[in-house]
Design a protein around this ligand. Structure first.
Ligand code: PLP
Length: 374
């Protein structure tokens, strides 16, 4: 059997990682400014993470959600305290798309409505309603195009208020910072107006923090820069540093109903151990503070570089928009300077390094980027 060929691949076989570095099968070392697509939060192969997962798999790797799992309870308690949502409840699944799928489903159970508002250039995953809420017709299959979703321009208060005033919108889903859409930041007046309009019209506000959350922007969640409280928050990617896991943080206004939501693998013992290890390391190594300080240093330096049209983002979620396509630049960074970076569309270079990126590593990246730009 061969692999179903849906990924355009770089011809590099990454076999080892440590901190913010990875190595290929030929022994070449790379600086990882991509974090395997914002997934590596505490760094590759962190010893505490390795130890926690190793001990857990040797004890109990999995049992079903029909029995008590104290690791889930510990995770909910720790996460609630660390992110400032102690009064919310946690539902665990295995990926970002599943997190959004369940959040939108719960919103619809809550108010009985079926219309979703999303935003231009949004990305929310590839399953049924998550993909319909994603503003990319190329990945919405006919079976997913059910007419549930209206896409509005980001940061346009008037258009958003007009749409919600119709009184039939079930939920608004918005990214803390749009990632795939090119690091577009929702502004604070817009988020305040959105919060107020959702409350006014009994519409559920879902904040997708799958890419922008878990400390990446220098706050636990990107929306905390705007001081709003959504009704649900979705998380995945960095939550377990590469172990597949997603979560929905759910406000007390929702009442759980037995059997309404469920999953086989979600919140399994191994995933919870990985997620607890991530919280331990984030706390012990002050990784959110590190993302804030190293990120603002990096953004400040990048803004000085010639040839970049715009630098956007917060903390260690950074987009560099260029006048010209970035394909060649990204290739030079990878093959000549040995740096992994991401892309958004054709003109934006995306930086999503592990949150432990040091000042020295960011200086080394700036040096390599300078060379690749010449
Ligand atoms: C903002 C956002 N939401 C949802 C997803 C989907 O997550 P997953 O690929 O884990 O389903 C992604 C993935 O890139 C994302 O960036």
């Amino acid at each position: 059997m061969r692999l179903f060929d849906v990924y355009p691949l770089f011809d590099i076989n990454v076999v080892k990682g440590k901190g913010c570095r990875v190595w290929d099968s030929r022994g070449t070392e790379y600086l990882d400014l991509y974090g395997g697509h914002a997934v590596i939060s505490i760094g590759h192969a962190h010893p505490h993470y390795v130890d926690m997962i190793g001990r857990q798999v040797a004890t109990l790797g999995f049992y079903s959600n029909s029995v008590v799992n104290t690791l889930q309870q510990q995770l909910a308690e720790r996460l609630g305290k660390m992110c400032g949502y102690d009064d919310y409840a946690l539902f665990l699944i295995n990926s970002g798309a599943e997190a959004n799928e369940n959040a939108l489903k719960l919103a619809s159970f809550y108010n009985g409505r079926t219309r979703i508002v999303s935003f231009v250039q949004a990305f929310h995953g590839r399953t049924s309603l998550a993909v319909e809420a994603t503003d990319n017709p190329k990945i919405i299959a006919p079976v997913n195009a059910c007419g549930h979703v209206t896409y509005l321009p980001l940061n346009d208060i008037q258009v958003m208020e007009q749409e919600l005033a119709k009184g039939d919108v079930c939920a608004v889903i918005i990214e803390g910072i749009q990632g795939v859409g090119g690091i577009q930041v929702p502004d604070t007046p817009f988020l305040h107006a959105l919060r107020a309009a959702c409350t006014r019209h009994n519409t559920v506000l879902v904040l997708d923090e799958i890419q922008s959350g878990y400390g990446r922007t220098g706050q636990f969640f990107a929306h905390q820069y705007s001081d709003i409280r959504p009704d649900m928050i979705t998380v995945a990617k960095g939550i377990a540093n590469g172990f597949p896991m997603g979560g929905v943080l759910i406000s007390p206004m929702f009442t759980p109903v037995y059997g309404q939501l469920g999953t086989t693998f979600g919140g399994n013992h191994l995933a919870c151990s990985a997620a607890l290890a991530v919280l331990d390391v984030m706390e012990q190594e002050s990784l959110i503070e590190n993302a804030a300080t190293v990120g603002s240093y990096l953004i400040g330096e990048l803004k000085q570089l010639p040839g970049i049209k715009e630098v956007r983002g917060r903390g260690l979620m950074i987009g560099l928009e260029f006048e010209q396509p970035i394909k060649e630049l990204r290739n030079r960074l990878l093959h000549e300077q040995h740096v992994f970076t991401g892309a958004s569309g054709t003109h934006v270079l995306r930086l999503l390094p592990p949150l432990c990126l040091s000042r020295e590593e960011s200086t080394s990246f700036l040096d390599k980027l300078n060379k690749a730009l010449k």
